[in-house]
Design a protein around this ligand. Structure first.
Ligand SMILES: O=C(O)C1=C[C@@H](OP(=O)(O)O)[C@@H](O)[C@H](O)C1
Ligand SMILES: C=C(OP(=O)(O)O)C(=O)O
Length: 423
């Protein structure tokens, strides 16, 4: 049995940084994720005037409940959608002029439902590019708050961003949500707001937050369940056993449910308080699965699907087309390059069983495509990635950890892991 330590959750780290910045007093985050996305968040907070001290396993933040300490800032949010969507809303609660820009990849990703709501709540926004995208400037005079309708059908992050800032709005916030994807991420948000002293009242699709002040504190961050999916999948694929400490029943992250998908395919899954073990049984069945709630793990499943004994159909994942890349097309392109038969539709992908051959995987600058196909590469020695370093967005040490895991399997799955070696 191999034990794999997974770095902290990106989603929890981003929320904890926001909550700590908005709280009264000094907070400490325990085992935060250090990666490109979360460094961008920290850098953004620094540009806005918050003080963040980064140790190796703990970060401390001095909160400022009245909005950003600086009145003038330019923030570059890189590729991270959490940073790009959460920080402009935090900035809008203050008073000043705050410019936001991001990478070419992030500039393309949707923002409009969020910026529309922000305007309705009292913010003046100016856009430098095409439509409601980065680059944008927030002319902040505090947010009046009130009631808004929100379409979160392309991203739950719009709702999370507004809820996090809700208590800082003069009249508090009521959001009527017309559509919602990735719902478990909203549960992470409300659970963490509660931990920082603010309750969200939910009635059906309406969320209400009263004005208030977050309470600073010490917050422990779970290992990242989406990052763990690659190692659980590797165990299922290779007939090995992998234990991830820190993930078990009761965790905040919805993506932990990926282990249930593997169980449906035939893997043995043992969940204990504080750790989970997945053991491959040599049998991998094709399944039909709705991944609307856990869509960051769609590429993980797509990449191992051809090794199953029947077709795998993943449905209701339209919003994976507006992530770091169009993930349905990226998965189909790479699987076809490996000789696998694949069909896609607007919100689904169907993968036929086959005998994949090694190929050079096109990552499209997307960490999840790189990591998912690195796992498939364990069964197709000779597989390479065109951009192995893009994993730094959420998991900078991924290739080292995967190589160590393969070594611990004693060569199971063929030759030593080489996916990262090409460039
Ligand atoms: O709130 C969050 O931390 C996230 C929400 C999800 O995005 P969408 O709501 O856009 O699907 C997820 O894909 C992303 O990696 C992180
Ligand atoms: C979609 C992702 O990230 P984000 O939307 O936070 O950029 C992801 O990590 O898979």
């Amino acid at each position: 049995m191999t034990v794999v330590e997974i770095p902290g959750s990106k989603s929890i780290t981003a929320r904890a940084l926001f909550l700590a910045a908005a709280a009264h007093g000094r907070s400490t985050l325990v085992r935060p994720l250090a990666s490109d996305d979360t460094e961008a968040f920290v850098e953004g907070l620094g540009a806005l005037g918050y003080r963040v001290e980064q140790g190796t396993s703990e970060w401390s933040i001095d909160g400022a409940p009245a909005g950003p300490p600086f009145e003038l800032a330019d923030v570059f949010t890189r590729d991270g959608a959490t940073t790009s969507r959460f920080l402009p809303v935090l900035a809008a609660t203050g008073s000043g002029r705050y410019g936001f820009d991001s990478s070419a990849q992030m500039r393309r990703r949707p923002m409009a439902p969020l910026t529309r709501a922000l305007r309705e709540l009292g913010s003046v926004l100016e856009f430098g590019g095409e439509g409601d995208h980065h680059p944008m400037t927030v002319h902040a005079t505090g947010l009046a708050g009130g009631r808004v309708r929100l379409d979160a059908g392309t991203s739950s992050q719009f709702l999370t961003a507004l809820l996090l800032a809700g208590p800082l709005m003069r009249d508090g916030l009521t959001v009527e949500v017309t559509d919602l994807v990735s719902e478990p991420y909203v549960a992470i948000t409300t659970a963490m707001m509660h931990a920082f002293g603010i309750d969200v009242v939910q009635e059906g699709r309406t969320y209400r937050v009263e004005p208030g002040t977050y309470r600073a504190g010490r917050y422990e961050i779970e290992p990242d369940a989406s990052s763990a999916s690659y190692f659980f999948a590797a165990a299922a694929l290779l007939g090995e056993s992998i234990t991830v400490p820190g993930l078990g029943p009761g965790v905040l992250q919805g993506d932990f449910a990926f282990v249930d998908v593997l169980a449906r395919m035939g893997a043995h899954v043992e969940k204990r308080a504080g750790s989970t073990t997945v053991t491959g049984t040599g049998k991998l069945s094709g399944i039909t699965v709705n991944m609307r709630d856990v869509s960051d793990t769609m590429p993980t499943l797509a990449a191992i699907a051809p090794f199953a004994d029947g077709p795998t159909r993943i449905v209701d994942v339209a919003n994976t087309r507006v992530k770091e890349c169009d993930r349905l097309d990226a998965c189909a392109t790479n699987l076809r390059a490996m000789g696998v038969q694949v069909d896609t539709g607007p919100d689904w992908i169907e993968i036929q069983p086959g005998t994949p051959r090694p190929a050079e995987v096109r990552c499209f600058g997307d960490h999840r495509i790189a990591m998912a196909f690195a796992v498939a590469g364990l069964r197709t020695p000779g597989t390479t990635l065109d951009d192995p370093q893009c994993v730094k967005k959420t998991f900078p040490t991924f290739h080292t950890v995967l190589a160590d895991v393969q070594r611990s399997f004693g060569g199971a799955g063929g030759q030593r892991y080489v996916a990262a070696a090409r460039r």
